[in-house]
Write a protein that binds this ligand. Structure first.
Ligand code: ZN
Length: 323
């Protein structure tokens, strides 16, 4: 049974407001939920137990992917009887991540992935605090040195950017960045990669090429961007372009709804954060805390794990199941 604890139900009722309720409702509607869900929710808080177990299969269309049916063909993927995996990923190392996110996660004993750009000759000095983050068993991941972005962000056709790069250019950056991060956190044997601005190509027009194969040569996994509410199934995810959901400006209740969509389909969900109460892509500290509290309370059924560890588990599981 997927029952939320009484403690959490009480907490939701105390903190709920119309905006949060609407956003959670929209998330679950897009997750394949049916009208029955709203009736169940009135009865038991979030109402996930009845929705997942009773209504999900009965009301899907014939061409929808059936996560449950797929899961029955394989051994369970996630450890300790967990029904889903969730990775919290943080990009660009702004100060608020060290100030807010890391202490919050450490207090909850949850591990996340932090994607860092090791820029400058003094990168070791500047990034020294992240050594302690790695010691707390978080993953430090590669986000390139130069953090390229599309020329289309501006109006200068001669500006540097993905469009002006070759595969050799991006590979040089990725390799150098990984070497620097391995200097920073030598105890970390593997690390995943994060596509800057979620973009996985260089060049433009007839010369445009994907650099996913470059990432695959140097990393166990790469995190890109996916569409709501689709998560990564362990049997089918391209580990070198795993889907994630941008979480900026997202209420905690909506993030929780996405997590529960992963549970319904036995999938791996990845959320992408930038600043905490900081910058144009920020999430509020309160919303992040709501998600972290939920993951803590539900740790026995939702595996919160770094990207590199989830990827390693999926590779092992695929071997076990001949995939
Ligand atoms: Zn970035």
């Amino acid at each position: 049974m997927y029952l939320a604890t009484p403690l959490h139900q009480n907490r939701f009722r105390q903190e709920s407001n119309p905006y949060k309720a609407i956003s959670l409702f929209i998330t679950l509607m897009f997750s394949g939920a049916c009208n029955c869900w709203s009736l169940k929710t009135e009865q038991n808080g979030y109402g996930f137990c009845q929705w997942n177990k009773v209504h999900f299969k009965d009301h899907r269309s014939s061409n929808q992917t059936d996560g449950d049916a797929m899961a029955r063909q394989y051994t369970p993927c996630w450890p300790n009887d967990c029904q889903a995996a969730v990775s919290l990923t943080f990009d660009d190392n702004p100060p608020s991540q060290l100030k807010s996110a890391v202490p919050m996660l450490n207090d909850a004993d949850l591990q996340a992935t932090f994607y860092i750009c090791p820029r400058g000759d003094d990168f070791m000095e500047k990034l020294m605090p992240w050594r302690d983050v790695a010691k707390a068993r978080h993953e430090i991941g590669n986000h390139t040195i130069s953090h390229p972005r599309s020329r289309a962000f501006g109006d200068d056709p001669a500006a540097p950017g993905y469009e002006g790069m070759t595969l050799a250019d991006i590979e040089k950056d990725i390799v150098e960045s990984k070497q620097r991060l391995q200097q920073l956190v030598p105890e970390q044997k593997e690390m995943s990669f994060c596509y800057p601005c979620y973009m996985e190509h260089v060049g433009c027009g007839p010369l445009r090429q994907s650099y996913v194969p470059v990432v695959a040569r140097h990393h166990i996994a790469g995190r890109g961007r996916g569409e709501f509410p689709f998560a990564n199934h362990p049997a089918t995810v391209d580990l070198h372009y795993a889907w994630s959901w941008p979480a900026e400006r997202m209420p905690g209740s909506q993030m929780i709804g996405l997590v529960e969509a992963c549970v319904a389909r036995k999938c791996w969900g990845i959320l992408t954060f930038h600043g905490i109460n900081e910058g144009r892509l920020s999430v509020t500290e309160g919303d992040l805390r709501e998600l972290v509290n939920y993951l803590t309370i539900n740790h026995s059924r939702i595996w919160t794990v770094s990207v590199v560890k989830a990827a390693q588990r999926i590779l092992d599981w695929r071997k076990e199941n001949g995939i």
